[in-house]
Design a protein around this ligand. Structure first.
Ligand SMILES: Cc1cc2nc3c(=O)[nH]c(=O)nc-3n(C[C@H](O)[C@H](O)[C@H](O)COP(=O)(O)OP(=O)(O)OC[C@H]3O[C@@H](n4cnc5c(N)ncnc54)[C@H](O)[C@@H]3O)c2cc1C
Length: 128
């Protein structure tokens, strides 16, 4: 993250370097090859009409097609956990109600304090 300017109205420049690390890409590929395939297989047993559409099974087994799918659809738009909620002794930043350790009268109430990465949408938990 690059603050760029003292002007608070100027947008920060945020570059996650998403998928720059080959290990991240590999982990996502493995998620498709294990979790997604297993889940879709289990659902197919319950309802034979159920099947993967995007990516389809053939694409999951084709490394290049799977990578193209991941690069075009998986996003880094769900930032969370940069100020993790938890115990002070564990090095967390805010307590269970969002108060910042060591700073009086400062509370955080946004997606940054979510205690662990969720695999679902982040707006609902942020607003509630
Ligand atoms: C492109 C995109 C698509 C997304 N799609 C989904 C989706 O489909 N479903 C879903 O659940 N989540 C989605 N998300 C994620 C979701 O938007 C966020 O998780 C959620 O908004 C986080 O809430 P927040 O309160 O932490 O931060 P934000 O909603 O970003 O709120 C921060 C607020 O602070 C304001 N602000 C910033 N700096 C200052 C300043 N200096 N002074 C005053 N105000 C300031 C900003 O204008 C903003 O209103 C998406 C995110 C993106 C980027």
């Amino acid at each position: 993250m690059d603050i760029q300017s003292k002007d608070t109205l100027k947008m920060m420049k945020i570059d996650h370097h998403f998928l720059e690390d080959p290990e991240d890409l590999q982990e996502i590929k493995e998620t498709f090859c294990s979790y997604v395939l297993k889940t879709s297989g289990a659902l197919h047993k319950i309802d034979p009409d159920y099947g993967l559409l995007l990516p389809d099974e053939e694409s999951i087994f084709d490394d290049n097609r799977l990578e193209a799918h991941i690069r075009s659809t998986v996003s880094s738009f769900h930032d969370q956990c940069s100020l993790i909620m938890g115990g002070e002794k564990d090095g967390r930043v805010v307590n269970g109600i969002g108060e910042v350790y060591g700073v009086k009268n400062l509370m955080v109430a946004d997606a940054s304090i979510i205690p662990y990465h969720m695999d679902g949408n982040t707006s609902g938990p942020s607003y509630s």
